[in-house]
Structure formats: structure tokens, C-alpha cells
Design a protein around this ligand. Structure first.
Ligand SMILES: [Fe+2]
Length: 480
């Protein structure tokens, strides 16, 4: 039985363009409106949930099996393909012929203590040492995928050295390393490590925390890694009673652990900052005695006494509502002090992306998905934004409030002359024509505002998804 045969239209997470697709396809010679630039070369690949079997439980938008959708650009030619990530759990279900795991909205599988929730590898995808690595936000075994064919090559356990990493582990294009962390409900509550360009584990430490935490991302500079410990945590009382509930402890600070890339646990320097919660980092770099980190934390609302409204933040996160700032923290390694400031509180944006060659180095531009103010309704992702991080100024493009963009990829032009000399690439749901498109924007200066330079019309839908990456042809050639 296929999911499209089921009356799932009343489940928002499975209806409209959230509905999974059942086909693994390859499309070439697609209709193009405008001109695909010939100096755009590489691979845009996006991960996302795509349930293989119809759910037999209350379905959560994060439950679906990971599916990769990839667009290959070669000298003006464009091709598309999609494949499921063949996780161990999906293969077990395919052998059984039906779903075996329940989802986030159900009590966890007690008879599967090794994997109470299904590791779907559905969250982010990055390129490391010649392979795509597909990862899951709750920390699980990563999967290696062939960038040309999207065939799953197997578990990326790095010869048994790794059993789990979180979705936002970060490759360093300059060194070929993959920096990773994971988090867990039981000790060690967090680990951090480095895999070399030879795919060998080079470094791994346990990060001392007082209990389970919910870090979603981390930041890297040339010499340091910044680990996150926000006061949003699994509620210890609920955990003791065998339940899982997330609580915001508004009296506790946000904590950031700055550690040399190959530092030991006792070399982590913890900086404190105002209580908040953040999913995604924009970038980080070193500036004299300071380590600077930019990101998109939730906008904190306060009560009459100026205390953070913890229940409101919990509700916002639980309902997957969107209400974000662009923000900067500066950690002074000499004084131990943190300075923090809002860069922009006008727009509501998230899914920050940069020119990946600038990761860890001071950069000027980032590219985000634009949301409606407040963002308290069903998700709408109607546009893309280019920020000037020095001023908080921005340029935005939206084709209209019902269009739905995805996390874009920044594609540097061949032989780029500046940080923003390149293109933004994104899958877009076009509500007017009821179809999916690949849109390509010129990013230089203010050209994003002029709209896409090319639109590639896809013969079938690409469901909304999570994170994406762009791998330049130059990077892929280096690993051939
Ligand atoms: Fe994420």
C-alpha cells in the first residue's frame, strides 16, 4: 500500500506539498525559463522527510524517512535525481513490508532500547572526503551517499569509530576535516570530535555537562569550536517519570563552550550569555582576543518584570512556529566576558547559509529563508534574504506570499572575484502553477532583488524539506 492511496489529506504534515513522493527519478532536459549560467557548476542537494510506508501512528512532520533531492549543474546543463537514504531502519521495514517504528508523537519503542526512535537520517546533508554524509538531528549513525548516483554506500561509522553524530556536524573545506558533536539523554550527554580528510577519527572528547541538553548546531573558527548549552532542556522531572518534555529554565544562562579544535575537555572555556535558544549558526571567526559567533536565535518575549516568557518560548518551539532574530555574541578569551547584540530584529528569517569557503573566517554576507512576521501559522517560507552582516541591512526577494522556498545553497561562480560572486539555488513550490521549480538567483551586490535568472521546471513535485548544501565542482574534483 502506498501512502498516496491513504486519506492523509487531513494531516497537514502529509498533505499539499508536504506529501511524500513515491518515485525515485532522474530528470534531464527539463524546461528552463531564462538562462542557466554556464559558470555555475556543482551539486545542490537537499535532505528532508519522505515517509516510505504510510504511518500507523499520529504523524509528526519530522518522522519521515530521509530522502535526498539533488540538482547537478554542468556548463549550463541541469539534471535532477532523488533517492531515499537507505538507513538500517528503513531496510528493516522494507524486509518486514510495513513500518516498525512509531513517531515522535507516540511513546517511544521500549522494545528497541538500541533505537527507540527511528534514525531517519532526514535532517542535513554535507560533503566530506568525496562522499555526501546524511545526518539526523537527534544524533544517530550518519550515512554515506554517492554524490553522483545518490546510492547509499552504507553507515559512515568511520571504521567503527563513530556510532552517532548530530545533524549539524560541519566539514572544513580548508582542511578536509569533519567536525562533529552528538548529544544524548544519558551520559556522556555530549561528545565532540574531528574526523580527518582520510576518514579516520582524529579526536574525540566527552563534554562535561550537568545533564541532558538540546544543542542543535555548533560553530567553528580556524582554531576553535563553539559548543552550545542553552537553558532549553529535557525536563529532568519528566525524564525521571519516564516521559519526555522540553522545558525552558529562564533563570539559567545560555552557555557556550569555546574549545581549541583539538582541545581536551579541561580546555573548554565556558562563556555565559542571556537565556535564549537557537537552532542555527550563521558563522563564527576570530577577531583579536575575541571569538565571534553569529546566529538566528528565537526572539525572546518578556513579562512586565522583564523576565523571559519561558512558556511562550516552549510553545513556540513545540508548535514549530517561527520567530527569529539575527544576533551576535563575542566571547573575549582574555577577560572571559561575553558581549551580545541584535544585528536585525526587523525581518523574521532562519536557515542561514553562507559562502562555505568563508566558514570560520570573517564574512560579510549570509542568505536566509524569509518567514511572515510572528510566524504563528502553518509554515510559510515565501522568500529569500541576503544580509549584510556588518550593518544588518538586507535585500529580499519573494515571488508572492504563497510561494515556498527551501534552504538555499550558495554556489560560488567559477573563478569568483568576491564573497558574494555566485548564485543562490533553491527548490521552490510555485502555488500558481502547482509545481516545483529550481530557481537560480545571481547574488552579487543587489541582484537578488531582481528575481531568479533561471527557473527550471520540474516534471513532478519536490516536497518541502529541511537542510541543503552546495558542493562546488572544484571541491568534487579535488576528491576524484
Ligand atoms: Fe537544523
Amino acid at each position: 500500500m502506498q501512502i498516496n492511496d491513504l486519506p492523509v489529506h487531513d494531516i497537514p504534515a502529509l498533505s499539499g506539498n508536504n506529501a511524500p513522493v513515491q518515485q525515485e527519478d532522474t530528470f534531464e532536459n527539463m524546461t528552463v525559463m531564462g538562462q542557466v549560467p554556464t559558470d555555475l557548476n556543482g551539486l545542490y542537494v537537499r535532505n528532508g522527510p519522505n515517509a516510505y510506508y504510510p504511518p500507523e501512528w499520529r504523524y509528526h512532520a519530522y518522522d519521515g524517512d530521509g530522502m535526498l533531492h539533488a540538482v547537478r549543474f554542468q556548463n549550463g546543463r541541469v539534471s535532477y535525481r532523488n533517492r531515499w537514504v537507505q538507513t538500517s531502519a528503513l531496510q528493516q521495514e522494507q524486509s518486514a513490508g510495513h513500518s516498525l517504528w512509531k513517531g515522535l508523537k507516540e511513546p517511544w519503542n521500549k522494545d528497541r532500547p538500541d533505537e527507540p526512535l527511528k534514525n531517519t537520517a532526514n535532517t542535513d546533508v554535507k560533503y566530506h572526503a568525496g562522499r555526501l554524509i546524511s545526518m539526523w538531528y537527534r544524533s544517530g549513525m550518519p550515512y554515506a551517499v554517492d554524490p553522483e548516483t545518490l546510492e547509499t554506500l552504507g553507515q559512515a561509522d568511520h571504521e567503527g569509530a563513530l556510532s552517532r553524530i548530530s545533524a549539524h556536524s560541519r566539514p572544513d573545506e580548508h582542511t578536509g576535516e569533519l567536525l562533529f558533536f552528538d548529544y544524548d539523554l544519558k551520559p556522556p550527554y555530549m561528545t565532540y570530535g574531528v574526523i580527518g580528510p582520510d576518514r579516520q577519527l582524529r579526536h574525540k572528547i566527552e563534554v562535561p555537562l550537568g545533564g541532558p541538553s538540546l544543542p542543535h548546531d555548533m560553530a567553528v573558527t580556524e582554531h576553535y569550536t563553539i559548543l552550545h548549552d542553552f537553558p532549553l532542556k529535557p525536563d529532568p522531572e519528566a525524564l525521571a517519570a519516564g516521559r519526555y518534555k522540553v522545558r525552558f529554565f529562564e533563570d539559567q544562562p545560555s552557555r557556550f563552550g569555546v574549545v581549541p579544535r583539538y582541545g581536551q575537555a579541561n580546555e573548554i572555556r565556558w562563556f555565559t550569555a542571556k537565556p535564549t535558544y537557537m537552532l542555527h549558526v550563521v558563522n563564527a571567526w576570530e577577531d583579536g582576543d575575541e571569538v565571534v559567533m553569529l546566529g538566528t536565535p528565537y526572539r525572546m518575549h518578556h513579562d512586565d518584570q522583564g523576565r523571559p516568557d519561558a512558556r511562550r518560548l516552549e510553545r513556540t518551539i513545540h508548535l514549530r512556529q517561527r520567530d527569529f532574530l539575527l544576533y551576535e555574541w563575542r566571547f573575549n578569551l582574555k577577560t572571559g566576558q561575553t558581549h551580545e547584540r541584535v544585528i536585525d530584529d526587523v525581518l523574521n528569517t532562519e536557515f542561514p547559509v553562507i559562502n562555505s569557503l568563508y566558514q570560520g573566517r570573517k564574512n560579510q554576507f549570509s542568505y536566509h529563508v524569509l518567514f511572515p512576521q510572528g510566524g504563528r501559522e502553518e509554515p510559510r517560507f515565501p522568500g529569500l534574504v541576503k544580509y549584510d552582516l556588518e550593518t544588518g541591512g538586507y535585500i529580499a526577494f519573494s515571488a508572492g506570499p504563497q510561494y515556498f522556498y527551501n534552504e538555499p545553497g550558495f554556489a560560488p561562480r567559477d573563478n569568483p572575484q568576491s564573497e558574494d560572486d555566485g548564485y543562490l539555488v533553491s527548490f521552490v513550490w510555485n502555488p500558481k502553477d502547482q509545481r516545483s521549480e529550481i530557481q537560480i538567483f545571481d547574488c552579487k551586490d543587489a541582484r537578488l532583488a531582481q528575481g531568479p535568472v533561471a527557473r527550471v521546471l520540474l516534471p513532478r513535485r519536490v516536497p518541502h524539506g529541511f537542510h541543503a548544501t552546495f558542493v562546488s565542482q572544484q571541491t568534487m574534483d579535488r576528491w576524484k
